[in-house]
Design a protein. Structure first.
Length: 159
């Protein structure tokens, strides 16, 4: 499958004072859209919005990754570059990867909101995975990465 990336419209990027001011930087990603506004430099003040971004567009950066589904969400990032902070909310609909297809998992829906402060300190208000027909919810998850294979994760299964 061919993927395309390009500007969705006129954008302004002003390079000054060791950083960049981004205005209306909107990228078209295989039919979806990623918009970034704000300032990036030694201090950050950015807002990003993703609308209907197909996960298969990740093949642009990692060929043959093989993801399917779509991403909608938004994030704000502020503070020093060395220790950014912010909030995010995103939904992934109908996620599948070659590995999930191989073992026969159904399509996965993810709904996540949370905050992060500094490098590697992610605090999620809520992460919900919907593996039809069972819903699994983690009301608070402090790990920024998935647990190691030796760790146990006990999901809260909701009827």
């Amino acid at each position: 499958m061919s993927h395309r990336i390009g500007l969705a419209g006129p954008a302004t990027v002003i390079i000054k004072d060791g950083g960049a001011d981004l205005r209306n930087l909107s990228l078209s990603l295989s039919g979806g859209r990623l918009t970034i506004d704000g300032r990036a430099g030694s201090k950050l003040d950015l807002k990003a919005i993703a609308r209907a971004v197909p996960l298969s567009a990740a093949d642009i950066l990692a060929p043959d990754l093989g993801l399917s589904g779509s991403l909608d969400g938004e994030a704000t990032v502020t503070g020093p570059l060395a220790a950014p902070a912010g909030a995010y909310r995103f939904k992934i609909a109908k996620l599948a990867a070659p590995q999930t297809r191989t073992i026969g998992l159904p399509l996965i829906d993810v709904d996540a909101t949370g905050r992060f402060e500094g490098v590697g300190d992610f605090r999620n208000d809520a992460i919900e995975l919907l593996l039809c027909p069972v819903e699994i919810a983690w009301p608070y998850w402090k790990k920024a990465v998935l647990p190691e294979a030796s760790e146990q994760v006990e999901p809260n299964v909701v009827d």
